[in-house]
Write a protein that binds this ligand. Structure first.
Ligand code: GLA
Length: 349
């Protein structure tokens, strides 16, 4: 179970691909560029292995595009309205990269940096730990932020992602991974026939620029209701957004113990029998149905990454929480450590 390391290089950055494998044939390919999940190979119900994470074939595509395939997202995942927020009476202005707003850490978010990497194979699986120092004022965020993201693949078919961060000035932190899944494998077409269940009674409604209104709304009697198994495509046409599709933050069911890893979502693809469970200690999850993907993007199999070609389950704090006093706080102070954990668990039936 020792990780492999393959050297690779591009014009702009030396990159390395780390591979984690478990006894059941699951293999995770991790790039030090963006601390990115580049490949995720799992068996279907007949034991046939295939890659279930749509993405790019080469580094330059990662560098030149912002689809965030498998990337580590920070310093603040999702949107911050007008890229501004105030801590202790001091106002900060971030780079705007989504109209007037800041999205996924800014112009050069954590997904677009080379991280340090350290492999280990202790305990319950083999791991790669990525780390980097995000300097004070990077993309406008205050404070030097020391960040670590550890991926562990276990023989129980779990990919555990553990995030840690520490700062020397008050700042905001919200880390996630932006893996896209298509459980049908790399020849899979759209994900509209995948079935999904999301353990949330509420979501955070947003305006046409995907900035939350600050309210919590019930999913009941809306196309957002995935409390029982439903095909992703079942009610997608009823959504009024453009490009149409799910791009919504769900308010997850939480145990009273904040660090408990609660079941957030499950997905199932009937033809392959592949199943995915997502556990997290985070309060929210962005369910994104790949609405912005389009035929002009060439994926790693040489085929277009068409709209709805993959879905994301981005565990996170709520979007724009630095400006929403009723949302869970995203402020991290120098005497605190940010810790969060998400588990993707793979199975078939
Ligand atoms: C997120 C956002 C989407 C979109 C994608 C990347 O998940 O919520 O609106 O920007 O990233 O294309």
């Amino acid at each position: 179970m020792t990780p492999d390391r393959t050297q690779n290089s591009s014009a702009s950055a030396p990159t390395e691909l780390y591979k984690l494998r478990n006894k059941n044939g699951i293999e995770v390919g991790l790039l030090n560029y963006g601390a990115t999940i580049a490949n995720l190979i799992t068996p279907d119900k007949e034991g046939r292995l295939d890659d279930i994470c749509p993405g790019f074939a080469d580094l330059q595509q990662y560098e030149n595009n912002s689809f965030y395939f498998g990337g580590t997202i920070g310093r603040f995942a999702n949107r911050i309205k007008h890229g501004t927020f105030t801590i202790d009476g001091k106002k900060y202005q971030l780079a705007a990269n989504d109209g007037a707003h800041s999205l996924h850490g800014g112009v050069q978010g954590f997904d677009k940096h080379i991280w340090n990497a350290k492999e280990s194979s202790a305990g319950h699986g083999s791991s790669v730990r990525f780390s980097r120092l995000s300097p004070d004022n990077e993309e406008g965020y205050p404070g030097n932020l020391d960040v670590k993201v550890t991926y562990t693949l276990t023989d129980d078919d779990e990919l555990i992602i553990f995030y840690e961060a520490a700062t020397d000035q008050p700042t905001v932190v919200n880390l996630t991974n932006h893996a896209y899944f298509n459980l049908a494998g790399k020849e899979g077409l759209d994900i509209l026939h995948h079935e999904i269940r999301i353990h949330a009674d509420y979501y955070t409604p947003a305006d046409s620029e995907l900035i939350p209104t600050g309210q919590l709304a019930k999913v009941q009697d809306t196309p957002m209701d995935f409390r029982s198994w439903k095909e992703i495509g079942a009610r997608i046409q009823e959504l009024g957004n453009s490009p149409r599709g799910y791009d919504h933050n769900y308010v997850l069911h939480k145990s009273p113990d904040k660090s408990a890893l609660d079941l957030a979502a499950e997905a199932y693809e009937p033809a392959s029998g592949r199943r995915l469970e997502v556990y997290t200690d985070q309060p929210g999850m962005q369910f994104y149905s790949g609405n912005f993907l389009n035929d002009s993007i060439t994926g790693k199999n040489g085929r277009p990454c068409s709209q709805y070609g993959g879905f994301c389950l981005e565990t996170q704090n709520f979007p724009d929480s630095p400006n929403q006093p009723t949302f869970p706080s995203a402020v991290l102070r120098p005497n605190e450590i940010y810790k969060s954990k998400t588990i993707y668990k793979f199975s078939t039936n």
